[in-house]
Write a protein that binds this ligand. Structure first.
Ligand code: SF4
Length: 289
């Protein structure tokens, strides 16, 4: 719970307070209980999930052996009945090698990592107080790709942060071009009262923000379209989580890489992990049989 990072656009540290880590034994008890009730997948959720037990005030003595996020991931994976483990949202500055290793080594940890970029410009990242540079982010992403084969990376990007120049924006496009994210959650910067960025006097005009946003969106959509083609004809393990939102006669689920897959199949497959052959790709989801 909470966050110590104070990114200048974000209100979370003011409303949720400083970082606190739940006792590992309580988390494990909760996951065991979920497994007993038939849950197959859990998501470890924190504002800054990978600084688990690595912040001032963390009760390391009480935590015993599970004194880091990597060890928590490992312990959750050992719980019988749980077949998939995800986590959100990590901060790039806290993405340590032991976490990369835990993801690579534990079969149950989904090979899909959401790594918020926010901006590709080192200048903007500095004003955002993100505590990493463009180069550091790229190096981390390349390391993850090297150590975890077939990993799918997703990200968040804010367009039009105060003071963002055309050159800064080009840096963001450059990172997107280089890393070919599986999915990009794109946001036009909007002012939040009580944040440092709201008081900055170099706000970007709305038309400029929208123009940049549309350019990024076009690039991302092109990449997703290209990327989706690689799934055609492949067999994916899909956890069927219910009927499809738009058509109650079809089922929907997610791959290990968190892609939504829609299939025509009997409802008896709900809550099971099944092999699905991908037959069609649409922008935001895949179809299979
Ligand atoms: Fe913390 Fe995330 Fe908000 Fe930054 S964006 S202050 S890391 S919650």
């Amino acid at each position: 719970y909470g966050c110590n990072n104070f990114c200048t656009y974000c209100i979370v540290p003011y409303v949720r307070g400083r970082e606190r880590s739940r006792e590992p034994q309580k988390i494990l008890e909760e996951v065991r209980e979920l497994a007993l009730n038939g849950y197959k997948e859990v998501t470890l959720l924190g504002q800054n999930v990978n600084s688990y037990m690595n912040h001032p005030g963390a009760d390391l003595e009480g935590a015993g052996e599970i004194n880091s996020f990597a060890k928590l991931l490992d312990a959750v994976c050992k719980i019988d009945g749980i077949e998939r483990v995800r986590f959100i949202s990590p901060h790039p500055k806290d993405f340590t090698d032991d976490v990369i290793e835990a993801i690579a080594n534990c079969e149950k940890v989904c090979k899909s990592i959401h790594l918020p970029l926010q901006s590709g410009s080192t200048n903007v990242l500095k004003v955002m107080n993100r505590k990493y540079t463009k180069q550091q982010y790229l190096e981390l992403a390349y390391k993850i790709k090297e150590k975890i084969p077939n990993v799918s990376l997703t990200t968040d990007i804010i367009v039009g942060f105060p003071g963002e120049t055309e050159e800064d924006f080009e840096d963001t496009l450059d990172v997107v071009e280089k890393l070919k994210f599986e999915q990009v959650f794109m946001f036009i910067y909007s002012r939040r009262k009580g944040t440092v960025a709201d008081k900055m006097d170099n706000q970007i005009p709305e038309d400029v923000k929208h123009r940049r946003f549309n350019k990024l969106k076009a690039l991302v959509e092109n990449q997703i379209e290209d990327n989706n083609k690689k799934y055609l004809g492949t067999i994916q393990k899909v956890l069927i989580d219910g009927t499809s939102k738009n058509n109650k006669n079809t089922l929907s689920g997610r791959t290990d890489g968190n892609k939504v897959v829609v299939i025509d199949a009997d409802k008896k497959y709900i809550s099971k992990i099944v092999d699905v052959k991908i037959t069609e790709e649409c922008m935001w989801y895949l179809k299979g049989e």
